[in-house]
Ligand binder design. Structure first.
Ligand code: NDP
Length: 403
């Protein structure tokens, strides 16, 4: 029985809070704070209507460390679940250190003026969390999050070593809009337009963004073009599975998405450096975000499924030579919307955020310091995925990927 404070009131937060409310034995009291309190109130209202649970709401600028620390002290949670934006990670971690509260997030820190997805800023806080006897769990979403737990489950139950790992992220959903992103547009476009990077024989190989493409037939979705990208879990996977020769991340995009993005890039609308417009500074990507549909508004119109998983090749645990396994999860946009009022991208991130929080609060996962998902026993997390809306399957493939 534990009090939890969730920060941020977007789609991911909405799912996580609904899921926490469905598990009152673990989350005895939920507080929700964000920059716009009206968004917290709307989530609280939906949670009340669907589950009968009351969620307290507060307005906070999470980058104001003294104000956030005061709010944490007032509420007295055991854990702060950061579902705001990556820009706020370090400030929220500082507030947790100042108030003696555990921390969890779903995306690693990013500086505002450089699209850099690296863990080193947060890993640097390890000793300070350890000294205070506190735990911080980084990246407890789907990717990063479940994709790392999938890899560790394969290492525990199927493969002694992993030689190659491919993460395949397919969103087969159609929202009926000409162009929209399925999570925060600013963060999404920064991620997608960054150079691609993959791990090869102990070093990072960088290639221009959205240039390496493969076609893959996804179960429940069908054939889709997917593009090589950099994604933050590659960094922690390379660290915690040191024998890996190659690790890659792929994401599917339709031709219309690529076309729109190419035009927006060519005309400078995805720039993250400020430009002067009518005498004041604006960041083109932030302006673009303001005119694009809010991801949370896409839920009611999105049809189709997501299919996200890992394909790993390595030496089998039972000594039977090299084997390849594909472990994946399929989520239906309409079912996700019916349950929580949010589409599957928010759902597949919010559920693992709730599960990571449950792991920490129940003591199934514990430690002092800053941790990644790869450092804990995957079994209890995988069991909760099955029980809380994200069932997964594993199958053996005939051989490694041909590309
Ligand atoms: P949204 O943009 O929908 O929600 C973000 C929320 O954070 C908004 O409510 C916003 O407030 C709030 N916020 C922003 N700045 C502040 C601040 N300074 N203080 C307090 N609140 C603030 O994003 P999503 O719900 O789509 O994503 C949430 C997080 O999940 C992001 O970090 C994203 O990168 C991550 N994510 C992770 C995935 C994974 O698989 N690991 C997948 C998808 C997302 P306001 O409403 O006022 O703008």
């Amino acid at each position: 029985m534990s009090k939890v404070l969730v920060i941020g009131a977007g789609g991911v937060s909405s799912v996580a809070v609904h899921k926490m409310a469905q598990n009152p034995d673990i989350f005895s009291h939920i507080s929700l704070a964000s920059r716009t309190v009206g968004k917290c109130d709307a989530i609280a209202e939906s949670v009340k209507a669907r589950t009968g649970v009351t969620v307290d709401t507060y307005e906070i600028d999470a980058e104001n460390i003294p104000a956030l620390s005061a709010l944490i002290r007032k509420i007295g949670p055991k854990l702060v679940v950061n579902l705001a934006l990556p820009y706020q990670d370090l400030a929220i971690m500082e507030a947790c250190l100042a108030t003696g509260v555990h921390y969890l997030d779903t995306a690693n820190y990013e500086p505002r003026h450089e699209a850099k997805f690296e863990y080193h800023w947060q890993w640097a806080l390890h000793d300070r969390f350890k000294e205070k006897g506190l735990m911080a769990l980084l990246g407890s979403g789907f990717d990063p999050g479940v994709t790392s737990v999938f890899a560790m489950w394969l290492k525990k139950h199927k493969l002694k070593t992993i030689r190659t790992l491919d993460i395949l992220d397919c969103n087969g959903g159609d929202h009926g809009q000409a162009f929209a992103t399925n999570f925060n547009p600013e963060i999404n476009i920064r991620e997608v337009t960054a150079p691609a990077r993959h791990w090869l024989n102990g070093a990072w190989v960088e290639t221009p963004g959205l240039t390496i493409r493969e076609n893959f037939d996804f179960e429940a979705v069908g054939p889709k073009n997917m593009y090589l990208m950099y994604h933050e879990e590659l960094e922690s996977l390379a660290k915690f599975i040191p024998e890996m020769e190659r690790a890659r991340f792929w994401m599917t995009f339709g031709d219309a998405y690529i076309q729109h993005l190419t035009v927006l890039q060519n005309v400078g609308m995805t720039r993250i450096d400020p430009v002067i417009y009518e005498g004041r500074e604006i960041v083109p990507l932030q302006f673009l975000k303001a005119v694009l549909p809010e991801p949370s508004s896409l839920g009611s119109t999105t049809r189709g499924k997501t299919n996200i998983g890992d394909i790993a090749t390595g030496q089998a645990l039972d000594g039977s030579g090299e084997k390849t396994f594909y472990i994946s999860q399929i989520c239906d946009h309409e079912e996700a919307f019916a349950e929580t009022g949010n589409q599957a991208i928010s759902y597949t991130t919010g559920v693992p955020a709730m599960i990571g929080a449950a792991m920490m609060l129940s003591g199934e996962w514990q430690g002092e310091g800053v941790f990644n998902m790869e450092e804990f026993d995957p079994d209890p997390f995988m069991a909760m995925l099955n029980a809380h809306g994200l069932p997964w399957t594993v199958k053996e493939l005939a051989g490694p990927l041909e590309f």
